[in-house]
Design a protein around this ligand. Structure first.
Ligand code: IMP
Ligand code: MG
Length: 369
């Protein structure tokens, strides 16, 4: 994913696919024109890359020139086409091939036809690398089309978004801000958080980011951030929030196409909750809810003691340790409960019952977000 100005774009058409499409157009046109020496006319600015690659592939003699028109403002086509540099040579009797980077509404093409109306060319042929059939509103014939694309804004390979992106060798498509569901999942030890996270991530196509797992992954793979985190841990210090946030940022970027995220184990403080919000805002998104599984202490103690019999986890075997962990959980999360409650984003869910019942309760909250 890339960001140009305020918008995000995702990879769409590779340099290889573009190359193949241009080769095909060059060969098709050469075959159709026979012995004619055509004048290829690029429409600046967007077509400079297509024209450059096209003429290198064109297997026969040809001439090349440019005219300069402008129509786009931001991501919207504009009816008002400006002619900035017109024709500078006599094209009487010549076979002219317009080489466009993209044909969208066809407004630019109308202007091209207007320019050629009084030129006594032998023929006017239109070739475009990209074509958006759903956006095209004219009926001028398009003789050669490289790749048909949906009606979504693209950048790269000569095409820009407010000046940026023309230099990129492949094509990116705008990422329409899909509604993301980002949850912070909480629950005291034994509440069934892990089990429920598994169900929710399947049901809503979310990516589960457990801070513990992210730390272990980065340290095990000796990433720069992992080593940095470890250097604090080795000194017995807490890993600074900014290091954790950078790791989470990398996880979010790795899953740019996700429907959303379930954060687990982070945030634990107000400052972390704010840092997480800043991170999500930088992705055009936000945290939608903190969902906490609520389970009565006595039920938790019973569940954990039961788990301790088979899990072999020493911290699940001793009742006073279990009670301490539960108390610690409530002390820590109380702060976050207040933080998210003040934004109307806190949802407590009854965590007692069958796994299915609890999933249904959680889904009811998520479906309403
Ligand atoms: P039309 O006049 O609407 O056919 O648009 C043609 C011109 O608008 C192109 O030559 C480009 O400069 C620009 N354009 C159209 N669609 C896009 C796009 O998806 N990305 C960037 N520029 C575009
Ligand atoms: Mg153009």
């Amino acid at each position: 994913m890339i960001k140009l100005h305020d918008k995000y774009f995702k990879p769409f058409i590779s340099a290889q696919e573009i190359d193949t499409a241009i080769s095909k157009m060059a060969n098709d046109i050469a075959a159709d024109l026979g012995d004619e020496v055509p004048v290829f006319i690029g429409i600046l600015n967007g077509s400079f890359m297509v024209v450059s690659d096209f003429v290198k592939k064109y297997p026969k003699p040809c001439e090349v020139t440019f005219i300069k028109l402008a129509s786009y403002e931001g991501v919207k086509s504009n009816e008002d086409i400006q002619r900035l540099i017109g024709l500078t040579q006599d094209l009487t009797g010549r076979t002219v091939v317009i080489l466009e980077d993209i044909i969208d509404t066809g407004n630019t093409l109308t202007e091209v036809h207007r320019i050629f109306k009084n030129e006594k060319v032998k023929s006017l042929i239109i070739a475009t690398l990209f074509y958006k059939p759903e956006a095209y509103k004219k009926d001028y014939k398009l003789h050669y089309v490289g790749i048909e694309i949906p009606n979504k804004f693209i950048v790269g390979y000569g095409l820009d978004y407010d000046g940026l992106g023309r230099d990129i060798p492949e094509v990116y498509q705008i990422k329409t801000t899909q509604h993301m569901t980002n949850l912070v999942l909480f629950g005291p030890p034994g509440a069934g958080k892990g089990t429920q996270a598994e169900f929710l991530k399947e049901k809503y196509s979310l990516v589960h980011i457990s801070t513990g797992d992210v730390f272990r992954f980065n340290i095990k793979n000796e990433t720069a951030l992992g080593m940095l985190a470890k250097s604090y841990m080795d000194k017995g210090e807490l890993v600074p929030d900014e290091v954790t946030i950078k790791m989470l940022n990398a996880e979010v970027d790795k899953n740019a196409d996700a429907n959303g995220f379930i954060f687990d184990g982070f945030p634990r403080t107000d400052a972390q909750a704010e840092a997480l919000e800043v991170l999500m805002e930088s992705k055009d998104s936000s945290i939608n809810a903190m969902i906490a599984l609520e389970v009565d202490d006595e039920v938790l103690v019973g569940r954990l003691l039961e788990r301790g019999k088979t899990s072999g986890r020493t911290d699940d075997a001793d009742e006073s340790i279990i009670r301490n962990r539960i108390t610690e959980y409530y002390t820590k999360t109380a702060i976050l409960k207040d933080y998210y409650s003040s934004q109307n984003k806190y949802f407590g869910v009854d965590g007692v019952g069958s796994i299915e019942d609890i999933t249904v309760r959680l889904s009811a909250v998520i479906d309403k977000l």
